[in-house]
Structure formats: structure tokens, C-alpha cells
Design a protein around this ligand. Sequence first.
Ligand code: DGL
Length: 307
Amino acid sequence: MPFDALRSSSSSAVSVGASPEAPGSNAPIGIFDSGLGGLSVLRAVRAALPDERLIYAADSLYAPYGERDDDFIADRTLAICEWLLSQGAKALVVACNTATSQSIAQTRESLAVPVIGVEPGIKPAAITSQTRVVGVLATAVTLRSARFQALAERHTGDCRFILQPGYGLVQAMERCDTDSPELVALLRSYVQPMLDANADTLVLGCTHYPFLDEAIRSIAGDRLTLVDTSVAIARQLERQLDSFGLRAVPAQDQDQTQAQAIELPRFYSTNDGQTLRQLAASLLGLDMVVEHVVISSRRLGLESDPV
Ligand code: DGL
């Protein structure tokens, strides 16, 4: 496994194929984020696994998660994952560092499919940094989580990590703002102190942040190596599908009827989906209809207004 930042489902929590109604290899993979950031993971998954059908769910009505309490995040994560299973998903990617850091263990315990989570790329950053000073940009919830603290402790060694909560960044991206002067100024206030401290590496510890790469480059030029784990997550998903015999049949090996069934990703959002549609089109070149979905959860019931 290239990055310890990735965690697969433990075999004890998985009983794929054991029940007659378990989804088969042609079932879709469910990808979930609090909002639009998981598109960076979806992009990597599409590139690595072009034969897989994908369903993307954005909980944008309740984004950002990064300043919510732990119970709220766990409640929404489980509810969205269960909804994806109800859509026939054979495996799930929690494409959100914040949701992973707070609730991946609980989610895996509750669900009988492989669940792949994401964590900031602390290990690759600690391996590659020459100056031994590494900036970490992630949500406040991720940075204060026990899971992240343990990860950082494991890999600190002689490295110094500068932990910076990215207040306001997810909110900006959820408005489809990836390059406004205000956003660049906010980013600069986070990144400049890292440069001043001689950091040469920046961990993008939130799946929204890879879409800010140009804005970061406009501030840091080539001085920072950006660590984004989306490609490694896609590889980990591939390994999990292989180990459970869940890889989709490659398109060239399918008969015509099956091949026609291979489709573009399906997008769902708990808000009106306008920004998801806009970002998927501008960042991924996918101009897709986004369906609105109401997903109830234990704590929020069926209400659909943000709390
Ligand atoms: N993309 C989510 C993450 O990776 C953003 C969390 C949020 O909604 O604040 O953490």
C-alpha cells in the first residue's frame, strides 16, 4: 500500500458475496462527500477504473462538515452511505477526510460492503520533504480528530508539521469559487506562513482542495510539492474490488447489451445540485443532470432545511 493514509475495510466488517442479495460486480460504486470535493476522487476513480459505474452523492445541504460536531458528521455519513447501498452500490468511497476521520470505523461496522476512506497524505509528505517542514491544510474537524493525531504522531520523525485549518475554503468552493481575489487572499494567509517557515510540501488534507491547485500555485509557485491522495485512493479501491471479486467486467469483454449499460456517473445532491453540476462541467468536463435527493438521518429525520 503506497500510503498509510488510506484505509480499507477490515475483513471482519465485510461479508461481500455472502448473502444472496449482495450486489454483483456490475453494480455501481458509491462515492460520497459532504459536497463537491469528492469530485477530485471521482476524477481519479474514473481514470483508474473506466469500466466501473459510479454514483456520486453530495450532502451539499449540510456542507461544510468541517465545522460540525462529531455526532452530526457520523449521523450524516451513515445515512448517505445507507442511501448509496439502497441504490445498489457494491462498494463505497467516503471521499471526505472529515467524515473519514470522525466516523469511518462506525460506518464500516454497520455496512456489509467494502468501505474505503481517505486521510491526509502525511506519510508520503514525510517521506518526500527535503526541508523536513510540511504544511497540512485540512478542516478543523480532521485536524483535531484522534485518527489524524495518531497518523501525524506515527510519521512525524524529524519532520515538523504545520497544521492549518482551512476555514472558509470549503464554503468558497461550494459556491464554485476556486480563484476569486478574496479566495486567493484567504489561501495566502494560510500558505505564506508555511513558506516563511521553509515548508517545501503541502498536504491537501481535504478533497475539496485539489481543485485549488492553481490558486495555490499562484501563491507558492514551485516552492511547494502538493500531496493529493486521490490517485492512491483509486488504487486502494481497485485492490479492494479485486480482493472481493467485485471488479466490473471490462467493456471489451461484455456483450452489447451489457456494454450499453455502462454509463456516465450519476450525480445526486441534497441541495438543488446547481453548483455540483457547474463544477462537474467546468472541472471534469462532465455536463450532467444532478438529481435532488432527500436523505433522512437519525438526528435530522426527514427535514430538508439546513440546521
Ligand atoms: N471534502 C471534505 C473533506 O475532505 C470537506 C469537509 C467539509 O465539508 O468541511 O474533508
